[in-house]
Design a protein around this ligand. Structure first.
Ligand SMILES: NC(=O)c1ccc[n+]([C@@H]2O[C@H](COP(=O)([O-])OP(=O)(O)OC[C@H]3O[C@@H](n4cnc5c(N)ncnc54)[C@H](OP(=O)(O)O)[C@@H]3O)[C@@H](O)[C@H]2O)c1
Length: 192
């Protein structure tokens, strides 16, 4: 039965990913990095009807967060989209934030906007070089993730929270999730 359904999906409408993202507002952290940029590009190119895509970016080395978002969208990976469907790029909206800082160093106005609007979170802000002090790496990779989960707990319309990692699939840290969100994730068979 399960196999039949899979085959039907593969043969017909695909896996329903495009359908799922229609009208969904997405938050991506780590959008200046490898994985975040790929996710951003994939959403903008394959889901014409995707909602707003908020990218959480910090100022870095004297470059403002605004200028860094411009640089992201000027990357080669977006060349095709700039030519074929530049309107999609207008869906990219900056929220300034730093996962190493309390409350993500995010303005309350931005946090409230995300809390009200976001349906899907891709958390890809991380340090994968592993050459930092352990305390810094912990603050970024562990506490940073916890801070993102704290923000996610405020999102009334959250459907999926995807934490990137080396293992296959998603991982949700149950103790930090509200009971309502836990049950929704259970419903989507996404909670482990
Ligand atoms: N690359 C892969 O093939 C792959 C595959 C599976 C899973 N993953 C996972 O995906 C995650 C990202 O990997 P990646 O390869 O994309 O790494 P990456 O290219 O080094 O990107 C890291 C991202 O994290 C952001 N970041 C770092 N510190 C931050 C901070 N304090 N506040 C806000 N953002 C911060 C960086 O932003 P700045 O530009 O501001 O530093 C950058 O956008 C990791 O958890 C990794 O394990 C990666």
């Amino acid at each position: 039965m399960e196999k039949d359904k899979k085959e039907e999906n593969m043969a017909g409408k695909g896996l329903g990913v495009t359908e799922f993202f229609r009208g969904k507002n997405v938050l991506i952290s780590g959008a200046s990095g490898f994985l975040g940029k790929v996710v951003l590009h994939k959403l903008l190119t394959t889901v014409p009807d995707v909602g707003d895509i908020y990218v959480m970016v910090r100022a870095k080395r004297g470059v403002t967060a605004q200028d860094r978002v411009k640089q992201i969208l000027e990357a080669v990976i977006f060349d095709d989209l700039r030519k074929s469907n530049p309107g999609q790029l207008a869906k990219v909206r900056l929220v300034e934030g730093d996962v190493m800082e309390p409350a993500l160093a995010m303005s309350e106005a931005h946090a409230a906007e995300l809390a009200a609007n976001v349906n899907v979170v891709f958390h890809a802000a991380a340090d994968v070089t592993f050459d930092r002090l352990l305390s810094e790496a912990f603050n970024l990779n562990v506490e940073g993730t916890r801070r993102m989960l704290e923000l996610a707990k405020r999102m009334d319309n959250l459907e999926v929270l995807f934490l990137t990692e080396k293992r296959k699939g998603s991982f949700f840290y149950r103790p930090l999730l509200s009971p309502g969100l836990c049950s929704r994730l259970h419903g989507l068979q996404l909670l482990r």
